[in-house]
Design a binder for this molecule. Structure first.
Ligand SMILES: [Zn+2]
Length: 169
C-alpha cells in the first residue's frame, strides 16, 4: 500500500500483521486473512480489503448484490431470497433481517451510487433519479451495477472513484 491519506505521507506503508475474518460467499463459508498496514509517519493503520468484500459485512459483495437484485428487480421476498441462498450454500444461515438491512442501506445510498454512474456515463434519461419512485430508482441502479460488474469490479472502482466504500455507513 502506498501513501497515507491521514498525514499525506508519500511512500510505502509498512506491513503490520493481519487479522482473520469470516466471509460467507454464495457457495461457502471461509476464514480469510486481511493484511494490515501502518503509516511510518503518523502511525495510522489501514486494512487492505479484497475487492469482493464490503467493510463490516460478513456477506460478500456478490451475496449482497444477489439479494438486492432479487428483491428490487425480480421482486422476490426477503424470505424467498434467504431460501435460495440456503440452497446454494448449506453453510449460509442468513436470516431474513439481512436482506432487509442490505436494502435499507442501499436505499440510503442511491444518490452517491447514482453520481458514480453520472461521472462515467454521458447523460442518460434515467440519470435524474428524482423522476422515479424510490424502488424503481433502486432497481435501475442495481441493474446498472450488475451490468458494470459483468466486466469490471464495481465494488473496487466505486471505492477508487468516490472515495468511500460501497454501502459504508
Ligand atoms: Zn500517516
Amino acid at each position: 500500500m502506498y501513501g497515507c491519506s491521514a498525514c499525506g505521507y508519500e511512500g510505502m506503508l509498512h506491513s503490520h500483521g493481519h487479522y482473520k475474518r469470516n466471509v460467507i460467499t454464495l457457495h461457502g463459508h471461509f476464514i480469510i486473512k486481511i493484511q494490515r498496514f501502518k503509516c511510518p509517519s503518523c502511525g495510522k493503520t489501514y486494512s487492505l480489503l479484497p475487492c469482493f468484500l464490503i467493510p463490516y459485512f460478513i456477506y460478500t459483495f456478490d451475496v449482497v448484490i444477489f439479494c438486492l437484485y432479487s428483491m428490487l428487480v425480480l421482486k422476490k421476498t426477503a424470505m424467498n431470497v434467504c431460501c435460495i441462498l440456503h440452497e446454494y450454500n448449506k453453510q449460509c444461515f442468513i436470516s431474513i433481517e439481512s436482506p432487509f438491512f442490505f436494502k435499507k442501506r442501499f436505499l440510503s445510498k442511491l444518490n452517491i451510487i447514482n453520481s458514480f454512474f453520472v461521472n462515467i456515463d454521458s447523460y442518460h434519461y434515467d440519470s435524474d433519479l428524482s423522476r422515479f419512485p424510490i424502488n424503481e430508482a433502486a432497481a435501475l441502479l442495481i441493474s446498472k451495477i450488475q451490468d458494470y460488474n459483468s466486466s469490471k469490479s464495481f465494488n473496487y472502482d466505486f471505492y477508487k472513484a468516490m472515495p468511500e466504500y460501497f454501502l459504508s455507513a
